[in-house]
Design a binder for this molecule. Structure first.
Ligand code: F3S
Length: 402
């Protein structure tokens, strides 16, 4: 493949992958079951990224393993309604066309594991998108490093990645014990992003083992916790005994090695973390953005129930980000009409951080996402208030937080 016997585009992909492998001291390549690429939003990959996508497409490249696409840099259908500049949209559509030629699966979501790219225990993957990587490694027990843009495309084309880091057993062992000392039956949806945020800040890129998470924790809670941990730190794998599949095998050693680091997360740390997730605590709110990672149908249903029969305050935008698939379900289940008639809007295949949200001049954003709270001040150029979805909706009705 590297010698060019399988075509120029495979050779190019292998050159990229062997280059990465050399840097990290990988001894061999491993075949992968799937890839997930972030070579998708124009806002992030810019002209250079468009050209790389088109170059691969011109060479006739095709993904050799199922390769899903991360969110695009705008709602691909409603972009005119949201006043996305024409020139920006043209570049985004060039990415769409190139990815189509490559055979990318157009889910345009950061939750590919809920949308047809669902890995199994022990499978090797070539994924990027930090929130999806931590979910695949931890909840599914699959094996992927946090790839970067371009390397992820190369992985999808070659169907291989260099075998180092989280592909190897020895790097998947728990390193830091995090005791969550909160009454597990009182943990709410809004606590999980804060738990993730705390963990990411404290452990950086180590592998935490969490105790105190109830067995009834939901997929959405794990999705939102992992995304926050991967944003405030660079957590790519965690274990929860009794919940995640490798916790017994790889999390257990902590009990034997008492000298390992231990962290406590109690009420005080929880309160301080939630404070730290805000750049301001009160005042007018002109933008409420939820769905980072993309909302599931359960989360959308909860929002619909809270919005039913009510109206969003004039002067405040309430945007909910999700996938086409979830939007379709929401239409069938009546959630879509309830949400849109309240004045809130559902945007699909994009999100607040990878689209040019800064063009609207919003001043204060409120969100229920730990990942969004972390990045929004820089990427959306707004103040940020973190709160539960109930608090976000209350702010949407009033236009302010007291
Ligand atoms: Fe997904 Fe965008 Fe958040 S890609 S994880 S919704 S930043």
């Amino acid at each position: 493949m590297l010698a060019g016997e399988c075509g120029e585009y495979v050779q190019l992909a292998m050159e990229i992958l062997t280059g990465v492998g050399d840097i990290y001291g990988a001894e061999e390549m491993t075949k992968i079951s799937s890839a997930h690429t972030v070579m998708t939003p124009y806002r992030d990959i810019m002209d250079m990224g468009v050209e790389i996508c088109e170059r691969f497409a011109e060479l006739g490249a095709k993904y050799s393993v199922p390769t899903t696409l991360d969110p695009a840099g705008m709602d691909l259908q409603r972009w005119r309604e949201f006043k996305i500049p024409e020139a920006y949209a043209k570049k985004q559509m060039r990415i769409v066309r190139a990815q189509k030629k490559l055979g990318g699966i157009p889910v345009w979501t950061c939750t590919p594991y809920l949308h047809g790219n669902t890995p199994l225990l022990g499978q090797h993957l070539g994924w990027s998108e930090s929130s999806a990587v931590v979910f695949a490694n931890s909840v599914m027990g699959a094996r992927t490093n946090r790839l970067t843009a371009v390397v992820d495309m190369a992985a999808g084309i070659a169907g291989r990645v260099p075998k180092f880091g989280l592909h190897l057993d020895e790097n998947r062992r728990g390193e830091v014990l995090v005791r969550i000392d909160l009454k597990s039956n009182t943990l709410t949806d809004a606590d999980y992003p804060a738990i993730g945020y705390f963990i990411g800040k404290q452990v950086a890129d180590k592998v935490p083992v969490l105790t105190g998470i109830p067995q009834g924790v939901s997929i959405d809670q794990l999705k939102n916790m992992g995304a926050a941990a991967a944003a405030s730190g660079s957590v790519a794998l965690y274990h929860i005994p009794g919940v995640t599949p490798e916790a017994e095998k790889l999390g257990r050693f902590l009990k034997k090695e008492k000298s390992k680091e231990t962290l406590e997360l109690g009420l005080r740390e929880m309160r301080e973390t939630k404070e730290e997730m805000c750049t301001t605590r009160a005042g007018d709110v002109d933008f409420i953005a939820v769905g980072c990672p993309h909302y599931s149908i359960r989360e959308l249903g909860k929002v619909a129930a809270l919005l039913k029969g009510k109206k969003i305050c004039e002067g405040t935008e309430f945007w909910i980000y999700t996938t086409k698939h979830v939007e379709m379900l929401a239409k069938r289940m009546g959630y879509f009409d309830i949400i849109e008639s309240s004045g809130a809007q559902i945007l699909t295949e994009t999100c607040m951080l990878v689209s040019p949200t800064d063009i609207y001049g919003f001043e204060t954003m409120m969100t229920d996402s730990g990942k969004c709270a972390h990045y929004a001040p820089a990427l959306c150029e707004t103040e940020v208030i973190y709160g539960s979805i109930e608090q976000c909706i209350e702010a949407a009705f009033k236009g302010f937080v007291q």
